[in-house]
Design a protein around this ligand. Structure first.
Ligand code: SAM
Length: 479
């Protein structure tokens, strides 16, 4: 007998596993995986550097299992990676491999040598051996892949709002388990969001204006007043005179003049961004918890969260995972907000360097830096690489169908606000959602188009070839 039938009641803890290095088929236990435990994990009674464990014991270490599956020789690179691992410094001559048994000691899940006399302790000189690799090469990983997939589906199903489905018609891989889905941003060290008491609302509006008639009909709405986008179409003649005089002289007070409402409040595009906001990068101020208008006010869209069904799918041309909507989206329709860790500018620079300058998950929250007199270093950045929501899987296109907009509920906090994605044209169901990673303001359109990738390299940036497939493709991401 080669191994024990594992008990599923104790699960291997992901944090205690340094690496999974091989797999084999046990006639009784099924697929088994060779765990190299973290060094600190070895004590007197648990001095067990490597041990075999069945898939039913690995429910809590899907992340490590996924890392191992990703190195398997489906490709030449996977094969090479495994060869390199074989000769890594960890595989010294005194390494022992056990048919491991899980136990709980002092609250810790530990691997110990099986007491079953039928199960031999296996001492071998080099692991992973050629024989072990050879066996692994002919052994399926179906159960492990199913475990990883089940875990990712569990996580996707716990995302609030309409369904987020998963499709991979390209290969056997699953989205990364090393990524954690979050519903709210995480504030990093040194990051401060203004206290909720600093929020002010539109107190002159009437309660429950949202029942068919909303703040858009009030010339007194403080939230719209703050946005200060004057709506010339709705101005009465005397208001128009006043407005024209303010424009002529550069002096005067625009308060009380009708303001442009960000969303359609009726008709087939109700809730969609109006063209004025869609075409410009003007911040959107939504009503908030301190406002008098009530929860149904038509200015509350982003704060109600995602309302569309999305699908996470594997792209067929090496762009990793992508996102598409399962429903038809209208031009100006809100899709979802970007989520992540809000970190300081200094921390973002540190992460960029440590991450080989792969900056595609970082969003600067610097929209109000100039107007509020802050330096770039004082502003914050959202990092969605390790903690975030489904929007961190949206790919880049040089001819995108979505765009990101600044949305604020607290007009007194210029450093923490929402980044919200809206459709910039009607989008058919199952069409991939994309946005331009170069978040250009109106008027900037031609600024960077001619940047030479070599210049970018010299500046320390690593250009990534763009595979968006558009005729307007700029050839590189972030150029
Ligand atoms: C924010 S992530 C998008 C999700 C990513 N596809 C994934 O699977 O995690 C950005 C990364 O996706 C890839 N990507 C996105 N758009 C791309 C494009 N147009 N061409 C090539 N790679 C792209 C690049 O690797 C980029 O660094």
């Amino acid at each position: 007998m080669r191994g024990q039938v594992p008990s599923a009641s104790i699960l291997v803890n992901n944090d205690h596993v340094e690496e999974i290095t091989c797999h084999r088929l046990n006639s009784q236990a099924g697929e088994e995986y060779l765990i190299r435990w973290v060094v600190s994990f070895r004590g007197d009674s648990t001095d067990i550097p490597h041990s075999w464990h069945g898939v039913s014991e690995l429910g809590n270490c899907g992340e490590k299992l996924q890392e191992y599956l990703d190195t398997l020789p489906q490709s030449a690179s996977g094969r090479q990676e495994r060869q390199n691992k074989k000769t890594s410094k960890h595989h010294r001559q005194d390494i022992k491999v056990y048919n491991g048994k899980l136990d709980v000691q002092n609250g810790m899940t530990v691997g110990i040598q099986s007491q079953n006399p039928d199960i031999p302790r296996v001492d071998i000189l080099h692991i992973v051996t050629d024989a072990m690799q050879e066996e692994a090469a002919h052994t399926k990983t179906t159960a492990a892949a199913a475990l990883v997939r089940k875990e990712i589906l569990r996580r996707l199903s716990s995302i609030p709002g309409p369904t987020v489905s998963l499709v991979n018609n390209v290969d056997d891989s699953s989205p990364p388990l090393s990524f954690t889905f979050i519903d709210e941003n995480i504030l990093g060290e040194g990051v401060y969001a203004a206290h909720v008491d600093t929020i002010t609302g539109c107190l002159k509006c009437k309660a429950h204006m949202g029942q068919g008639i909303g703040c858009e009909y009030s010339k007194l709405c403080d939230c719209l007043e703050y946005a200060a986008v004057n709506d010339t179409e709705r101005m009465l003649p005397e208001e128009r005179n006043r407005w024209e005089q303010i424009q002529r002289t550069g002096e005067g007070d625009t308060s009380g003049l009708p303001k442009k409402f960000p969303y359609y409040s009726s008709g087939p595009r109700v809730g969609c961004l109006v063209p004025f906001y869609l075409d410009r990068r003007h911040p959107i101020y939504e009503c908030n918890s301190k406002c008098n208008c009530g929860p149904n006010c038509k200015t509350r869209v982003v704060q109600h969260g995602r309302q569309v069904r999305l699908e996470l799918f594997k792209t067929a041309n090496n762009r990793g995972w992508g996102i598409r909507a399962k429903d038809r989206l209208r031009k100006g329709q809100f899709i979802d907000t970007y989520r992540g860790e809000i970190i300081t500018d200094a921390e973002a620079s540190r992460r960029e360097k440590g991450n080989n300058l792969k900056d595609s998950y970082l969003y600067s929250l610097d929209k109000f830096a100039d107007t509020c007199g802050f330096s770039q270093e004082e502003m914050y950045v959202v990092d969605g690489q390790f903690y975030g929501n489904i929007t961190r899987f949206i790919n880049h296109s040089c001819e995108p169908n979505c765009r990101q907009y600044v949305v604020a509920y607290n007009r007194h906090d210029p450093k923490v606000y929402e980044i919200a994605f809206f459709a910039t044209r009607d989008i058919a169901p199952d069409e991939e959602l994309t946005f331009d990673y170069l978040d250009k303001d109106e008027g900037d359109e031609d600024d960077d188009d001619q940047v030479d990738p070599d210049d970018r390299k010299k500046g320390g940036m690593k250009p990534t070839r763009c595979r968006c497939g558009s005729e307007k493709c700029r050839k590189y991401l972030w150029l």
